[in-house]
Ligand binder design. Sequence first.
Ligand SMILES: *Cc1c(COP(=O)(O)O)cnc(C)c1O
Length: 401
Amino acid sequence: MGEMVTKEMPKEWGFATQAIHGDGMKVAGGMGSLVPPIYQTSTFVFEDVEQGAKRFAGLEEGFVYTRLGNPTVQLLEQKIALLEGADAALAFGSGMAAISAVLLGMVKSGDHILCSRSLYGCTFGLLKLMEERYQVEVSLIEMRDEEAVRLAIRPNTTLIYLETPANPTMELIDLAMVSKVAKENGIYTAVDNTFLSPYLQRPIEYGCDIVIHSATKYIGGHGDVVAGVIAGSYGIMQQIQMTTQKDLGGILAPMDAFLLLRGLKTLALRMEQHNRSAQLVAQFLESHPSVNRVYYPGLRSFPQHELAKKQMKGFGGVIAFELTGGYEAAVQMLNQLNLCRLAVSLGDVDTLIQHPASMTHSGVPQEERWKMGISDGLVRLSVGIEEVEDIMEDLRQAMER
Ligand SMILES: *Cc1c(COP(=O)(O)O)cnc(C)c1O
């Protein structure tokens, strides 16, 4: 891997240790710097024509041009692979660049993609585009049980694509169940793991093939970068790198890779706090008279609480809740908040709150929204790492005014 000195990382190191040290890097550029430098360069100089020719032919390791690989970005990719328990990973300029590289890289016209019903809005948009313009068949189903998945598989199904927990109702899908059915039918499984981060859920351990993150969320964690990553086997990562990453070109900038590497160092710590605080906030909301219903996998009242305990190391930082007063109550409450920031996105150290019916899902017709479990009074809260009492107090005063 280029001119950097590397060393093997002990495999038995725990997650938090790997998240700090697990980038295979001992010395950065020989200068002894603790933190890897940002290789802010578009291209790499060859010593002679022979070296250039070898690098292009793949006969010599080394960098050529930043769209094809960059040392800072590669460090991030190695760390993501390690944390997801994958052979390899690739980084992209946004979560959607990562998702589009996977969908376009793994599927051709005439193929069928089987998807879970609740998907990130832009993923849904891309699937629609592939259906309408590239003759890809797409179906959206509830992946409740083995039978439902089995029945939805067609002879031309090549990819199962799912999100768990789903946005915003936190509905879960059993990863082991889906990957088992997929494997029996020779189908790849891709999982958008954005809501939990590799600290709380590692789909590859359950037999899934491709893990996707909007690294904009928990991996970055500080609301200062838009990025995406994917992880999986060498074969699949190479296929995607050599086709859609290289040729669509939605790569990550070195500076942004640096920000994500910094974010990863505190991922374990942040996720622990997100878990703890969200649990307390969810319990507080559940006991509040202005709240109808709370969707949080850590609550005993959550219908899939057992599945959450089985496949997730913690319940994460995202909560959805329904105000008894509906649309008007949600609008009024959100306008009264002082600490919780009214913004889409999630996974930041700052608490962020949004109203799907008027914001992220406003483009979806009301009836469709209702079918997705998104009522007009539903609010999505991404619990940050501020003092949890302050978060609860802010919500209390806003609901009581
Ligand atoms: C935000 C998000 C995306 C899109 O990621 P960007 O970085 O905004 O492109 C995809 N999936 C999920 C679940 C998300 O929350």
